[in-house]
Each structure stands twice: as structure tokens, then as C-alpha cells.
Design a binder for this molecule. Structure first.
Ligand code: ZN
Length: 376
């Protein structure tokens, strides 16, 4: 049974007309004003994500000279970058925002990120149907200019944690506000709030020039992973890749050795039916993820026919989904979570001899059923 679950989407975000960074020591001070300790725990997890994957550090309950004040305001919002005129810079984690991925998004703003669909190059990637947006809300879709937006040469990523979902601010929720101009299979990739994407993490590291820290490291990362500035002898890997140096398939996030496999394709169709998650209707702080590598002989291509996707349907595959990476492994692939979203479930072909499938969930469970083979 499929069920649609709406989620709360940042309607109160403010933006300032300049972007600034935090101190040259790259340390943000934060102060929690939560009596609700479960939310405080989630905030600490979100802070830890950025801290563990960049050179930025946070100090809880530091001195009162310009600090980030997490508080339970109205909605989820943040200022963009360091607003130096404040002593106390508020970041609101209101009702419905108490989720690690949403908090990671808000911290992304506080660190200097705009929304992805505000990128200066967004008109090459999404079409925005302004007739389906309340005129008072239109400024949420403002586009930045070359002087206000630097993407450090990184490609547009539909799966960025800073991207809105396809029907954010829609007057008619059954019609998309944003349509991908490059593939309709990216429609549900937009709106990720599970955790920041590889591109998000790389861009944050570029914004804060974190990579200088590991410039002389001899520890090498494969598959376009990069040295983790919080520990140069570790790598930050594109999704699906893991091991010490991103050279292998990443193991299941829950430590399971049976979830996720390397599978050799043949010229005959083979079936694959997998589920990840549990039977509890509650959002978890930890993402359960497993990855499958479908491998063809070099020079051949993987063909995938999707037979089923479920069980939780959500806008932006907010609670979980299946991701298919068929070419560029550094960018988020096609994310799908619900059979009912498709008139016909897709058949897709990889650009080279490897296809990566990632199945992830933060709520109940998620399943895919596919057939795969290799073709010329
Ligand atoms: Zn936002």
C-alpha cells in the first residue's frame, strides 16, 4: 500500500543580499536554546555531519560574541552566511523541522549556501512554472547573479540537500512547479532532505578552502573522492563508493554484510528484489542505506527494467527511495520511491559497464524490484 506523506517545507526562509563566511579559524559558535533534548540531539547530529566532512568546526555554548542561535521559531529557516551585524544569529528549527536532514539544510544556509534552484545556471536545468506559485511566494524562486553566486565549477546536482522538491510552494500540488530540463527521471531526485549530497559536501569544502589542509597528503582517493579535511587519511567518497580510499562498494550503513552486493550481469535478464528498513512508522536519525553494483564486461552496458518501487511514497523521496546511478557517479542519480508516480516504470541503460543502485530509508521501509542484463 502506498501512502502520500506531505512534509513541511521551509516557507519562512530569509535571505540577505550578501554572502559572507565565518571566521578565518572556520569555527562557528553555536548556542542551543532547546529544552527539548531530542531536538538538541538531532541538531548535534546535523552539526556533526558538516564537521566530520569539512574543516569547519562548531563549539557548543561558546562565548557570546556572534553565535548561531538554534531555537524553536516559526518554521525552518536560516539566514544565508554570516550576518556580521548580529551578535546572535538565529536559525529556526520549528515544529515539523526536527529532522537531521532538514537541520543539515538549514546549517547549509548558515554556512553560506543558497538553494540549488537559485543557482545562476538553473535555467539550463529546471523550468519553473510561475503560474502554479502564489505571487507572494515567487521570491523563493529568485535567481542569483554571477556576482552573488559561485559554484566552484561544480555541476548542478538535482539531489542537493539545498534543492526544493518539484512541488514546493505549488498552488496545485498535483502539478509540478519545477520540471527537470535534462531528464524527467530527476523529478523525484529534487527535494532530498535525507542528507547532503557528495556535491554539497565538496562545494562546502571549496567554499571554505578546506582542501588546502590536505594538499600535501600522499593518501590517495579513488573514483573522484577527496581527502577528508577533518582527517586527511580518510576520503569523502561519491555515493555508493566506500572502503578506505573509495575504491570499493560502500558497505551497508547498518553494518549488515548481506545488504548490498556486487552482481555480474549476463545477457539474460536476472531479477533483483530488495528491501531496506524496518516495520516501524517512525522517522529515524540514521539513514539505512545499501548499495548494489551491477557489473557488465568492459565495453558493454547495463540495462535495468524497473518492476516495482515502494513502499513509502513521498515528495522528493523525502523518507527514502531507490537511486540509480548510470553514468556520472559524483552527481546524485535518478531517485524514485513510488510506483504510482509513473505511468510506466522506466527502463534505463548505463553509460558504461557499471550501474550503481542505492536503496535508502529513514522511515518504515523501502523496496525495489528490477530486472537487469547487459547489452552491447
Ligand atoms: Zn532552505
Amino acid at each position: 500500500m502506498a501512502c502520500k506523506i506531505p512534509y513541511f517545507l521551509n516557507p519562512y526562509e530569509k535571505s540577505v543580499n550578501f554572502t559572507n563566511f565565518w571566521g578565518s579559524n572556520k569555527q562557528l559558535l553555536s548556542k542551543k536554546s532547546f529544552s527539548d533534548s531530542t531536538t538538541a540531539q538531532k541538531i548535534r547530529k546535523a552539526i556533526k555531519f558538516w564537521q566530520d566532512n569539512t574543516c569547519i568546526t562548531f563549539k557548543e555554548n561558546g562565548p557570546d560574541n556572534h553565535f548561531l542561535n538554534f531555537y524553536k521559531g516559526s518554521g525552518c529557516w536560516s539566514y544565508i552566511g554570516n550576518v556580521s551585524s548580529f551578535t546572535q544569529q538565529d536559525i529556526s528549527i520549528g515544529a515539523g523541522c526536527e529532522q537531521v536532514g532538514i537541520i543539515e539544510h538549514e546549517i547549509g544556509h548558515a554556512l553560506g549556501f543558497f538553494h540549488t534552484q537559485s543557482r545562476v545556471d538553473r535555467d539550463s536545468f529546471v523550468k519553473i512554472d510561475t503560474s502554479n506559485i502564489d505571487s507572494e511566494m515567487l521570491d523563493n524562486f529568485d535567481k542569483e547573479s554571477p556576482s552573488t553566486n559561485d559554484n566552484f565549477g561544480l555541476e548542478y546536482d538535482y539531489g542537493s540537500v539545498m534543492h526544493y522538491s518539484e512541488n514546493a510552494f505549488a498552488l496545485d500540488e498535483n502539478k509540478p512547479v519545477m520540471t527537470s530540463l535534462t531528464s524527467k527521471l530527476y523529478q523525484k531526485t529534487m527535494g532530498n532532505r535525507v542528507e547532503p549530497s557528495f556535491t554539497d559536501v565538496l562545494m562546502m569544502n571549496k567554499l571554505y578552502q578546506c582542501q588546502d589542509k590536505c594538499a600535501s597528503s600522499t593518501f590517495k582517493c579513488n573514483n573522484q573522492g577527496f581527502n577528508n579535511p577533518s582527517n586527511c587519511n580518510k576520503c569523502v567518497c561519491p555515493g555508493g563508493f566506500g572502503g578506505e580510499n573509495c575504491g570499493y562498494r560502500k558497505l551497508a550503513s547498518n553494518g549488515s554484510t548481506t545488504c548490498g552486493e556486487n552482481l555480474q550481469a549476463s545477457t539474460e535478464w536476472k531479477s533483483l528484489d530488495r528491501t531496506v528498513g524496518n516495520d516501524r512508522y517512525e522517522v529515524t536519525d540514521e539513514v539505512s542505506t545499501c548499495h548494489w553494483f551491477l557489473i557488465a564486461p568492459v565495453g558493454k552496458h547495463i540495462e535495468i527494467k524497473v518492476d516495482y518501487l515502494g513502499r513509502i511514497c513521498s515528495s522528493g523521496c523525502f523518507y527514502g527511495g531507490t537511486e540509480f546511478k548510470l553514468g556520472n557517479f559524483t552527481k546524485t542519480g535518478y531517485r524514485m520511491c513510488c510506483k504510482a508516480d509513473y505511468e510506466n516504470l522506466p527502463t534505463m541503460t548505463s553509460q558504461n559497464h557499471l550501474a550503481i543502485i542505492s536503496l535508502y530509508t529513514i522511515y518504515y521501509n523501502q523496496q525495489f524490484q528490477i530486472k537487469y542484463r547487459y547489452i552491447d
